[in-house]
Structure formats: C-alpha cells, structure tokens
Design a protein around this ligand. Structure first.
Ligand SMILES: [Ca+2]
Length: 222
C-alpha cells in the first residue's frame, strides 16, 4: 500500500511538473505538449477591390500609433516587409480601433507573426461596436514570419471596430518574444468616411463658394 501511495505521489508530482509547462496567450492557458505547432503555410492574397481599414498596418511610421499597447514596441531588428515590425515579450496585446464596418463588408483579416522560441500560441480579439468581443486561438505562428488568417473567426453579424493580437508567456527557457507585421482588415469598397447626404452638402457648399468668388472677381473687374 505504501508503494502505491509513493507511486501516486510521484504521479501527482509529475503532473505538477507538467503544469509548469503551461503557456498563456490572452486568457487561454494551454499545456506546451498540447500545442500542435504552426498550421499549413498560407498563400498571401488580397481580395480585389478592397482596402485595408487599418492605419500604420506594417508599423512603417516607426512608432505604434494608432496602435495602442502598454508593452508592445516598434523595432527595426526584423520585419516581414519594410523596415519595422512590432514586438513584445510576454502575454500582452496590441490593439487598433478603426471606423466600424459591417461584417458583410469585411473580406479578410490577416497578419504576419513570429515566435522565435517556437511556441506557436497566439490569441486574437475581435471587437464589435456595442456588442462586446470574441477571443480565439487559431494556428499559432512559426519561428519565422508566418501568415495567419483569422477571417473565419468573424461573427455572422455586427460591426467590427477593433482588432487585438496577443503575445504569450511560458513554454521554455528563452525570452517570450512575439513579432507582428502587415496586419490587414480588408474591407470591400473602402472604409465608410462621409455619408452621402453629408457629401452632397459639402459639394453644394463648395459650388456655392466658388460661384461667390467668380461673381466677386467679375464685379471687381468691371
Ligand atoms: Ca513592417
């Protein structure tokens, strides 16, 4: 009986040691041995007739703005394209809010990411105006730049207005580095800017203004 007890205690200890391999990304906690690694390599594809709803999507301004984060920073150590990418060490997110767009107008949501330590765990948040958010895990990035496509995680209805991408913590002795570049929220027909009535008013006002100046010029000439 004592031997059984000792074996049981060792099993508990082993289980405890396995828990030490827990990796966190966002609010997900996954055992390192359960992570399947990066998914199949994807082919980059920009749907025709669409524009990116995000500003500074590849961090080429050299700073985060208008992305927001307390822990991510822009680096020129590495990039998927251009000179810069965003980097974080640990389980923190970087977010960008953009003018709300109906989900039916969103053609694709993709980004490039890498986790040099080889963990492949990355949570993503999608926020909907006035309707909360979803956090999900897809195939994580590889040790080199990996195209991640999260279009399938979009809700069937609602207005998308924010995306956040997470780093991770745990999973090995190396630093918990995640890098991000070239984030796209491709929107059909562009991001709504001025509604039609406002646009008509603006055109009418500009026409009126130019007519006024033409008349004034004629009067001063005569
Ligand atoms: Ca870049």
């Amino acid at each position: 009986m004592r031997i059984v007890g000792i074996v049981f205690a060792i099993s508990i200890l082993a289980a405890g040691m396995a828990v030490a391999q827990t990796v966190e990304s966002g609010s997900f906690q996954v055992d390192l041995s359960d992570i399947e690694g990066p998914g199949p390599e994807l082919v980059p594809h920009t749907p025709e007739g669409t524009v990116n709803a995000l500003m500074n999507p590849g961090f080429e301004s050299g700073s985060l703005d208008p992305w927001t984060s307390t822990d991510w920073f822009v680096t020129n150590d590495d990039s998927n394209s251009g000179t810069y990418s965003a980097e974080v060490i640990g389980n923190f997110r970087v977010c960008q809010t953009f003018p709300a767009v109906d989900v039916s107008e969103v053609s694709s949501i993709t980004f490039y990411s890498m986790q040099p330590e080889g963990v492949a765990l990355q949570a993503v948040d999608l926020f909907y105006e006035g309707e909360g958010s979803d956090q999900f895990l897809d195939s994580g990035p590889g040790v080199d730049w990996t195209l991640i496509d999260v279009t399938g995680d979009l809700r069937g209805s609602g207005s998308l207005n924010q995306i956040c991408v997470w780093g991770y913590s745990g999973g090995g002795a190396g630093p918990d580095v995640t890098r991000l570049d070239d984030v796209t929220v491709q929107v059909a027909g562009g991001v709504p800017s001025l509604p039609w009535p406002a646009l008509m008013l603006l055109v009418a006002a500009l026409t009126g203004l130019s007519l006024y100046f033409v008349r004034r010029q004629r009067r001063s000439a005569s």
